[in-house]
Design a protein around this ligand. Structure first.
Ligand SMILES: *Cc1c(COP(=O)(O)O)cnc(C)c1O
Length: 480
């Protein structure tokens, strides 16, 4: 017996340290939610690395609490109501807490007995979400590690089910392609390239002035693709897009896919969660006709990263994605055994993701998701109103989701001046750290961008943001 291993596995030490950690995190939540500290304790990358390299030189300390406190201090704080940057949820404390449980149990999921409960719960939560899509009775789904992997998984299924040749066995013998809006998340492009479609295999459809796919162009682009010798097998709708949070017209895409017998995939990683709100559900009208849909639980649904559902209209399709035989895992490679996660998910060993979702559902009911979506989408409308009422700001486009793109005008007029002004403003905001927002480029021009991810954000922080931008411009950037 190794004494240090025995000590490291000691339940008593765990009890003591975990209680202390919970206290540390509860204190952190308290300060973060009251916005008592900057949302972002910004340090330059080299400075950050030097700090941790020096830390790494220290002798081992059997009390991990000072280290854990340091990590909290030197991280961005999503629970601060001035966190309005990227699309990652401030997780529900209950879901984070459940993460400690799943971390300790560490059931591997790939085969049934290595995740008995978690595989059953995965079945339940994916069926529940598929019903929310208004999918039919044959629907099913799997959980996977993030929207990027989920979109790749769904497109692999699409290719396996609809492509004229068996790429899994023979490799590419035909030139395949997918069609997607030019505003789609970059991971769709990446998935297509990973699948060996090359740049010609990702056909980008231009967007209208609201950054939605111009679906009236689909016919034309399909004709051109055919003429060039390409076989299009899928169309991807964005619900919503990442930069501006714009929803594609899913009904139009569904009609087009039905007519041409193409796979209809919806990337609802961010905005698919509106299926849980009667108020906003119409944004995804047509989603019930999709062959597959992706939804991130770590974006609009308050679960810690990464947890994503890939939902399928037809359960049978999900077993086509990977057609491998792994004798040591599954006795029958062809059986439709939902309880062996590894058959349909990309991962072999996988986190017990379903447990976090299920615990939240059983504790708060699905209303908690509805409340979050409606609060955040409502906040964006209020922020857009504030921007509209200030002559020194302008909206890039009317927001459809909780993502708002806007820019500060100040005294600048020329496009290049405005770009420089807003780039410098965002840089100053980042380093100041009091409030966190990001920037984006739309049709070549720089805009500031907020994603209202924290339901504890109120008009106070929204007004403060605009005022801060104005003040920075007056105090620090007088030359522009
Ligand atoms: C965030 C996002 C993704 C990527 O999801 P990850 O979970 O970050 O991998 C894909 N598509 C859309 C529309 C997104 O908003």
């Amino acid at each position: 017996m190794n004494d240090s291993l025995i000590a490291a596995y000691s339940s008593e030490t765990f009890r003591r340290q975990a209680h202390a950690l919970v206290d540390l995190l509860a204190d952190h939540l308290d300060t973060a939610e009251k916005a008592e500290q900057p949302v972002l304790p910004y340090a330059e990358p080299d400075e950050q690395l030097a700090y941790w390299e020096a830390d790494f030189q220290k002798p081992a300390n059997d009390d991990p609490l000072p280290l854990l406190a340091d990590i909290v201090q030197r991280s961005i704080h999503l629970h601060n109501p001035r966190f309005m940057g990227h699309q990652v949820a401030p997780p529900l404390p209950l879901a984070a807490m459940t993460g400690m449980l799943t971390g300790l149990l560490n059931n591997g999921m790939a085969v049934y007995e290595m995740g008995m409960t978690a595989n059953a719960l995965e079945r339940i939560v994916t069926q529940w979400l598929a019903r929310k899509m208004n999918f039919g009775d044959n629907a099913s789904g799997v959980l996977t590690s993030g929207g990027t992997l989920a979109n790749l998984t769904a497109l692999l299924t699409a290719r396996a089910v609809t492509a004229p040749t068996d790429v899994w066995e023979a490799g590419h013998t035909t030139r395949l392609a997918i069609m997607v809006s030019e505003e789609a998340h970059y991971c769709v492009d990446r998935a297509a390239r990973i699948m060996g479609l090359g740049s010609e295999g990702i056909i980008k459809i231009p967007t209208n002035d609201r950054f939605q796919m111009r679906t009236e162009l689909l016919e034309n682009y399909l004709e051109q693709a055919k003429a060039a010798g390409l076989t299009v097998f899928a169309v991807v709708g964005s619900a919503c897009s990442t930069s501006t949070g714009s929803y594609d017209n899913l009904v139009a895409i569904a009609n087009f896919c039905q007519k041409h017998k193409l796979w209809f995939h919806v990337d609802g990683a961010h905005g698919g969660a509106v299926v849980l709100s009667n108020k906003y559900r119409s944004l995804v009208q047509g989603i019930e006709r999709a062959d597959s849909v992706v939804i991130d639980f770590h974006k609009m649904m308050m679960i810690p990263a990464l947890v994503t559902a890939v939902l399928y209209q037809r359960d049978a399709d999900s077993y086509q994605t990977f057609q491998q035989k792994a004798q040591y895992l599954w006795a029958d490679a062809t059986a439709k055994d939902w309880f062996n996660s590894g058959k349909r998910a990309f991962e072999c060993t996988k986190l017990m993701m379903s447990v976090k979702i299920y615990t939240v559902l059983r504790t708060y009911g699905e209303e908690i998701f509805t409340a979050n979506v409606e609060t955040l989408y409502g906040l964006a409308q209020r922020f857009a109103n504030l921007v509209r009422h200030r002559p020194d700001f302008e909206l890039a486009v009317e927001p459809e989701s909780n993502i708002v793109c806007f820019r500060y005008l100040g005294g600048a007029h020329m496009p290049a001046e405005l770009d420089a002004l807003n780039t410098r403003l965002r840089d100053r905001l980042l380093k100041n750290g009091r409030v966190y927002i990001v920037q984006t480029t739309l049709r070549g021009r720089v805009y500031l961008r907020v994603s209202l991810m924290n339901p504890l954000t109120t008009d106070v922080q929204l007004e403060e943001l605009l005022e801060q931008i104005h003040q920075i411009s007056v105090n620090y950037l007088p030359t522009l």
